[in-house]
Structures are given as C-alpha cells and as structure tokens.
Design a protein around this ligand. Sequence first.
Ligand SMILES: Nc1ncnc2c1ncn2[C@@H]1O[C@H](COP(=O)(O)OP(=O)(O)OP(=O)(O)O)[C@@H](O)[C@H]1O
Length: 263
Amino acid sequence: MQSLYSSFPKITFFVVLDVLLVAFLIYQLYNLIRGTIAANIFIGFAVIFGLNFVVKALDMKLLTIILGKFVDVGIIAIIVVFQQEVRRFLLLVGKNASLQRNKAWWQYFFGKKDVEKNNYARIKPIIDACKSMKQTRTGALIVFAKYYDEQFYQNSCEVVEARISKRLLESIFQKTSPLHDGAVVISENKIKSASCILPLTEKTDLPAQFGLRHRAGIGVTEANEATAIIISEETGEISYAKQGRVKMNISFAELEKVLNKDF
Ligand SMILES: Nc1ncnc2c1ncn2[C@@H]1O[C@H](COP(=O)(O)OP(=O)(O)OP(=O)(O)O)[C@@H](O)[C@H]1O
C-alpha cells in the first residue's frame, strides 16, 4: 500500500495547474474538431495509440512492430492530417498575445466611447446593405477578418481597397456584377477584396439547406480569426458564423450587437 501511494506524484500547485492546462487544451481541441471529419480521424489515431499500448503490455511482438511504425510517425501524420486544425489551434493560442489585441484593450480602457461611436458609423452601412440584400434575396457572403492575411485572401480575390459603403456592397453582390461570386473581405475598416474563394468547412452536421456559400462562410471562420455574415439567396435569411459555429436567421438587432462586438 505504501509503495502504491509513493508512486503517486505529490499534489502541488503546479501539478494541479498542469492537469487543468491539459484539460483546457483537450477541451479546445475537442471544440476545434467537434462535428468534423477530423473528429473521426482523431478517434482512429486514439484507437491505434491505445492498441499499441495494449499489445506492448501483452508482449505481442508482431503487432507491436506494426503498430509501433504508425505511432513513430504519429506526430508528423497528425500535423499533416490536421493541418487546418493545427493552424486554428495556433491562431487561438496566439490571438491573446497579439499586439492588435493589446491595442484593443488600450482602446477599451482609454477610448471606449470613441470606439463605440465610430463602430456604429462603421457598422451602419453594412447593416443597411444586409437589410436591402435580404429584401431582394441577393446572396452574399461578407467576411470580417481581424488580421488580413494577404497570402490567404489575395490568392483568390480581386483587390478592392475601398471605403465601406452600402451601395458598394450592394453593387458587388448584385447578380449581374462580375464580382458577385464569392466573398467580400472587410478588414482594417475597408473592403479589402471581393470575389474571394474561401475554404469550405468539412462539418458533417450542418442543416441540409446549407450549400457552398454557407460552407465557405463557416470554413473561413474555422481557418482564420474571422467572422462572416451569410445571406441566403434562396430564403433571404441571414446567418452569422464565428469560430466554426453558425447562428441562423438572426435579426438585425442581433446582427448589430454581434458586429459591434466582433468588428
Ligand atoms: N468556396 C467558396 N468561397 C466563397 N464563396 C463561394 C464558394 N463556393 C461557392 N460560393 C458562393 O456560393 C454561391 C453558391 O451558393 P449555394 O447555392 O451553393 O449556397 P447556399 O449555402 O445554399 O446559399 P443560398 O441559400 O444562397 O443558395 C456561389 O455562387 C458563390 O458565390
């Protein structure tokens, strides 16, 4: 009994912290891959790791060698297979440490009123454009990128670099416009680009009516620090995507609230 107890690590502050941090990381990982195909692949990896442990314990030499080969390349395989998820995870870890974020905190404490006032002025043309596009059932996808990753967006986009205006947004998404296909990306208080082809989410548990526009809107928020407004051409319904999740059929009051927070 004595030896069993002595084999346990002493419970210190850092042991508790260690366990809490690991639990937090596993929870974040679970959040990132929940509802995606990656979740099944993750279970596949876990089964192989578990089996390897069992066959080793049972001293089954042949299986130990075969499964051992998988486990040896496990980390590399995980990075290759979970490329998107690793990217999202690193973004998540890095976002709180970023300079821009610190700037936002500074503004929060020292210039909140100005920020809020300017924010409403920035949001209004977007809300107005959404109202009009909802009415006319014009399909649209507007992405709000916290940090404009040129490599990510510009490969597939037309550069716009224009002031945000209701009429410009409407004209871009008008069905006869050459730029109407794809997404508009707003960042740094500008319409940076239009007609962007974005990565599609691999989620398997989305509503049946969600086609490519919705999948792209959700996909971009999984791969980047971004949120997205999706207006359905079929129903005029407005959805809002953030961190890979989507709120369907949101009202304009809700839209104003979320944009005020996220944009
Ligand atoms: N990868 C992509 N990135 C950005 N936009 C895309 C992408 N794929 C498709 N789209 C846009 O989605 C449009 C097609 O939408 P689709 O009908 O498949 O989507 P949906 O989610 O069902 O939306 P809706 O309710 O408007 O029909 C395309 O015309 C294009 O503008």
